[in-house]
Ligand binder design. Sequence first.
Ligand code: RIB
Ligand code: CA
Length: 305
Amino acid sequence: MKNKPKVIIDTDPGHDDMLALLLLEKSDMFDIKGITTVAGNCTVENATNNARYTLDLINSITPIFSGANKPLQRELVLADVHGEKGLDGAKITKHEALSNNAPEKIIEIVRTNPHEVTLVTIGPQTNVAKAFILDPELPSLIKQVVMMGGAIEVPGNKNRVAEFNIFVDPEAADIVFTSSVKKILVPLDVCNDISFTLQDFDVLKKTNLYKPIKSMMSSYIQGIQTFEKTSGALMYDPLAAYYLINPSAYKTQPMDIQIETSSDLTRGMTVADRRLWGEKRNNVKVVKKIAKAEFVHDFFEILMR
Ligand code: RIB
Ligand code: CA
């Protein structure tokens, strides 16, 4: 693991989370210090079991640290898309013990490796916000946070304006977005344009992953069609993960974004100041474009390894 970039992945697996975890693990490019689980797509118990299932598919020994079972202040709102236990189509047989120490582990790993750790958040940001509350100096010690979340110029996927991860815990997102850490945001604007059909996964036919992935993707595609009225497997979290693998495939723009935490109508909106005039306090680099062909090629090439 020596000299590989250090990464923590905070996740609520979730079908697309599962693929993002496989992508980063199988890329063999990173020293993944830990996978921290958070409630969002499903309960933190199910998210933790689903993370274990995912790592067991590839015999990974990356440690899993469970975290928040609900948002900082609000009641938990689960997703519908991923099914009752968050990973429909998977044969979950193991119940992973809950360590309930994700924020503390994020602090420990970052403080042991100051300025070296990239934090990937692909679920609600409750664990990260708790870590920042516990250790206010932490943002200055993290290399960067790469976040799947938000909707800038497109409708939300959880309410009319908000993306699910930010919607679930807007207060947590507000803590992260107002912190000093370097932030990269991969919003719905670019995620909506990249999805796979069930047949696309046939390229994995000769691999051990083919059967479980086909089963999970079949459920995921049905869930997306039912609840998001979209065809295909949307690749939200793998697009955040791929930023670490090939950042040159991404075009970003610094933006001034604030999180809506007061209104019920616009709860969780990533409110960007898009006016062409007036002072801006740019706090996040927002992905505006992704080289789709590069992502598709590398995604399947890595999963086929
Ligand atoms: O809005 C998409 C995000 O919400 C993805 O991270 C998906 O896994 C869900 O958590
Ligand atoms: Ca997720």
